[in-house]
Design a protein around this ligand. Structure first.
Ligand SMILES: [Zn+2]
Length: 288
C-alpha cells in the first residue's frame, strides 16, 4: 500500500516551543542546508513527497521551492508566518492565505497548492473558523487535524480516517464539507498515540514504527509521515529551552537515517496522490 510522505518546510526556529520561549537568539536561516540532503535522498530512492511550506520561507528561498517543484514534489501551505491558528484571527489568516497564493501565482505561474497543514496542528474546536476560509480559497484538502490529545494540541474526538469536515467543528463529519486527512494515530484502548512524525517518530524504535505502519496498512489505511528538515539535520542549533522543551524538540535528532530506513521498507507518495487520486477515498465511500 502507498503511504504518504510529507515535510513541513520551515526554519529550525519556527517550532511553537521556541516561539513561546521568549529567548533571544539570532534567527539565521538553515532551511536550504537542511532540506537539500532530503531532496537528494528522495531522488536516490525515486520517491515524491509533499512539502508544506511556510510562506516566508518560500518567499526568502524561491530557488529551494523551484528545486522541490522541478523534482516533481507537491507543494502545500503551512501558514505564512508559522504562527498557529490560535494566534491568528479570521482576518489575519485570510491575509496569510492570500499573500501565499499571490506569491505562488507570481513566482510559479500555474502552480496551485492543493493542501494546507496548520502550524502545530492548531486546527481544533477553538479555531474552526479556519475551515470555511480554506474551503472558500479553493483548497482541496486540509491535513491539520491531529486526532489525539497531546501536551500542546489535538482533536481527540475526530475520525481516524479521511472525512469531509464540518465548517463548525473540525471533529465532525458534514456532507460536502472540506476534505480532512487527519494525521495517522495508533489507538490502544481509549488511548490514541502518534507514531509517524515529530518526537513520536524520533523517540520510538524503528522496529516499532515499522510494525505500527504495517498495522495501519493492514486495516486498509495509508500512514502519513510528517518530518521537519531541521529534525534530520546534524547542525540544527540547540537552544537552552526548558528540559521539557529540549526533549520535545531535540530528542533523537538527527532522524535522517530513520527516514532512509523507512524509504527502504515502505512505498511513499505525495499526499494528493495517496488521498485524492487513489482508492483511499473509495474505501471510505462518501467519506462519512
Ligand atoms: Zn511547522
Amino acid at each position: 500500500m502507498l503511504n504518504a510522505l510529507s515535510f513541513d518546510l520551515e526554519e529550525w526556529y519556527h517550532p511553537e516551543a521556541i516561539r513561546k520561549s521568549n529567548l533571544r537568539f539570532e534567527r539565521f536561516s538553515q532551511v536550504v542546508e537542511a532540506t537539500t540532503p532530503l531532496l537528494n535522498l528522495l531522488r536516490q530512492y525515486q520517491v515524491k513527497a509533499t512539502f508544506f511550506t511556510v510562506g516566508e520561507v518560500a518567499e526568502a528561498h524561491p530557488h529551494l521551492i523551484e528545486h522541490i517543484l522541478k523534482d516533481g514534489h507537491e507543494l502545500g501551505f503551512h501558514g505564512w508566518s508559522h504562527d498557529p491558528l490560535w494566534a491568528l484571527t479570521p482576518k489575519s489568516f485570510t491575509v496569510e492565505i492570500e499573500r501565499f497564493l499571490n506569491w505562488q501565482q507570481q513566482t510559479f505561474p500555474g502552480v496551485r497548492s492543493p493542501g494546507y497543514r496548520a502550524p502545530t496542528f492548531s486546527l481544533d474546536q477553538t479555531t474552526a473558523w479556519a475551515v470555511r476560509i480554506l474551503y472558500e480559497h479553493g483548497f482541496a484538502y486540509d491535513a491539520s487535524v491531529f486526532p489525539a490529545r497531546t501536551w500542546l494540541y489535538g482533536t481527540p474526538e475526530a475520525p481516524l480516517h479521511p472525512y469531509t469536515m464540518s465548517f463548525d467543528n473540525p471533529a465532525e463529519v458534514m456532507e460536502n464539507g472540506l476534505l480532512e486527512i487527519p494525521m495517522s494515530i495508533f489507538p490502544i484502548g481509549n488511548l490514541r498515540i502518534g507514531f509517524t512524525g515529530g518526537l513520536y517518530l524520533r523517540a520510538l524504535p524503528f522496529a516499532i514504527v515499522k510494525k505500527l505502519i504495517q498495522h495501519t496498512n493492514n486495516i486498509g489505511r495509508a500512514a502519513i509521515l510528517y518530518i521537519h528538515p531541521w529534525e534530520t539535520y546534524s547542525h540544527t542549533p540547540r537552544l537552552s529551552l526548558s528540559p521539557g522543551g529540549r526533549f520535545v524538540l531535540y530528542h533523537g535528532l538527527p532522524s535522517f537515517e530513520k527516514l532512509e530506513k523507512l524509504l527502504q521498507v515502505f512505498q511513499f507518495s505525495p499526499m494528493q496522490d495517496v488521498f485524492l487520486h487513489s482508492a483511499q477515498l473509495k474505501i471510505y465511500g462518501k467519506l462519512f
